[in-house]
Design a protein around this ligand. Sequence first.
Ligand code: FE2
Length: 252
Amino acid sequence: MVDIHSHVLYGMDDGSRDLQTSLDMLKVASDSGTTDIVATPHSDLQFVFQPEEIERQIEELSAAVPDIRIHCGCDFHLHFDNIRDCLDHPEKYTINHKRYLMVEFSDSLIAKTTGDVFDRMLRVDITPVITHPERNHLLMKQLDQITQWVQAGCLVQVTSQSFLGRFGKTPQSAAEALMSRNLVHFIASDAHDPEYRPPTLKPGFDHIASKYGEETARRLFITNPAATLTGDYIEVEYPDQSARPRKWYQLW
Ligand SMILES: [Fe+2]
């Protein structure tokens, strides 16, 4: 499996604290069947993005844990300086310096200009990947908006543990609702440590395989994530408007 969202690098954000924690996380990931993991440190108003340190740590960790390949990426927040720099230097933030950009929304505000920002990114061939909307109550109140962004060319990543109830019943229901509308393109760990938010994808893979079939599980955990590493475009099923659950808002 290919895990496109993790905080496996140390001392950069609220993820791994130190080298040993990162090594433990990589071992957990590898033991759970992950062959490739994308390190996505936050770039927001709290944590400074450090491309050179990212490359250095990837080299260091790759040498120590040869069982798993580590790639660069960013957990990108949509603030003004970030957006401007990304439009000028997309490869600085995108997964493996290709075209996919992980975009995390604030829990407290969704800017009205977000659609315009996505349009500008898409025009320069950046594909925004909206990360774990199932855990963001503001985004889940705007399911039609997410659908429009996907129709415009954006993609969606859901957290594997959301399907298993790790973040509570509401994100769990939301994750299934996104699946029912064909609004999930990647499932990743968003791991922060080896124990409580570990980089284990296998339980999520098994859940998706048993509920939606092996082929869907392989697409969401293997094929689509692998395309982010090479920069290939992925096939996207048109979001299914008709599958919208009735009385959806009552989930919140
Ligand atoms: Fe994250």
